[in-house]
Design a protein around this ligand. Sequence first.
Ligand code: ADP
Length: 226
Amino acid sequence: MRSIPAKLVTWDEIADWCSSLGRMIVDSGYRPDAVIGLARGGWVPARLVCDELVTKNLISLKTQHWGVTASRDGKARLVGELQEDLSGRNILIVDDITDTGDSLRLAHDHAKTLSPGGIRTATMLHINHSSFVPDYYASEVDKDKWTWFVFPWNYYEDMSTFIREILAEEPSPEREIASLLRKNHGIIMTEGRLGRTLSRLEILGLVRQIEGKWSVLVEEKEKKRR
Ligand code: ADP
């Protein structure tokens, strides 16, 4: 079972960070003709930044890096390419966070090959060990305080990973799960929220409850892979 620090990010924090980004970009005088949201983490921030700038031209680009919550899935790579004609246009690439910096660098280098007029990058959070520093970021995270940020759009995916890791050790009642989430990840949840989360994961066939204890439901296809 991994013990990695994690933080449940609220929608209010997302709104604050994106509004700061909007302010910074506007104040800098940069006027993007197109905003590129990196799938998947950059989609919501990119959409909010578009609104901050009253820009309708939102484009998606997909990069892939992290597999299961908080574990890198090999090298960062582009999944697909930009199809739009961006030559001479000012573009802004938006992501949620720079951690290694690899995804943003990859997207930046790909966009550059399309001869845009200007390229700038923006993230809500920037961990200061990242090899790529965005032009705009709303909040800097010290590398010694590295945290896995559970963004609201990744809540079930991340919680499912953490909870299933706990239950893979041994089937446990809800209060034990709550205590291990706190101990291993610093995640503190109300009883109601954890209960609703477990129920959702149960409906989705990811965990099950028998006589008050929760356990991981190993799918047939997962079993075959082992
Ligand atoms: P960046 O592209 O800027 O370096 P990475 O390549 O390190 O980011 O990671 C790609 C994606 O993985 C990020 O856009 C984000 O969605 C997710 N991610 C990486 N690090 C974290 C973290 N510490 N907390 C939450 N999500 C993260």
